[in-house]
Write a new protein. Structure first.
Length: 182
């Protein structure tokens, strides 16, 4: 039996492609101009929320992150920091699964709060992973810098979470349903 339907695979692929293409083209420009890391988080959280909304299955969000990482590394081989976002997608997937998909997507204010919380925690994890392993100046010996860096990533998760919640809420309120969801 197939775990993901062809429509879910297509949604995961589209979300991953959107995330990686924007992260390879727009995010580096933003980083060069500001040295603020939150645009990748913003883009990623929106893509992960859409994948979550569409598939509502364990592993779909993580699959989106893994595929986005592969596409990003093909397009920009030096972007190894993106493994931090792979870790964030795993955390996002686990936290949304533990919270319950219905609670995250169909319960109004509670859903918005849960999705924002999941977004902030998962992108903070991305900041810790990227800061610890891929940015020598953020080494664990400099915990203050690492905490600020993780906080900036969490801010990107919060901003992306707000946009993602608005998009998901609009889809739900208009009765748009992915196939297979009653």
């Amino acid at each position: 039996m197939v775990y993901f339907s062809s429509r879910e695979v297509a949604a995961i692929s589209v979300c991953a492609a959107l995330w990686s293409v924007l992260s390879v083209t727009v995010a580096p420009l933003f980083w060069q101009l500001t040295h603020l890391p939150f645009l990748c988080d913003l883009i990623g959280v929106i893509a992960l929320m859409l994948a979550l909304w569409w598939a509502r299955k364990p592993g779909a969000v993580f699959a989106t992150g893994v595929l986005a990482t592969i596409i990003t590394l093909v397009l920009r081989p030096g972007a190894v920091h993106f493994f931090g976002f792979t870790a964030a997608s795993l955390v996002f997937d686990l936290l949304s699964w533990l919270s319950g998909y219905e609670r995250c997507l169909e319960r109004g204010l509670l859903s918005g709060f849960l999705l924002l919380l999941v977004s902030v925690v998962s992108t903070a994890v991305a900041g810790v992973v990227i800061g610890s392993f891929f940015m020598p100046s953020m080494a664990l010996a400099r915990m203050g810098r690492l905490a600020v860096f993780a906080g900036l990533h969490a801010l990107g998760g919060l901003l992306g979470g707000v946009v993602g919640v608005v998009v998901v809420t609009a889809l739900v309120s208009r009765g748009v349903r992915p196939s297979g969801v009653a």
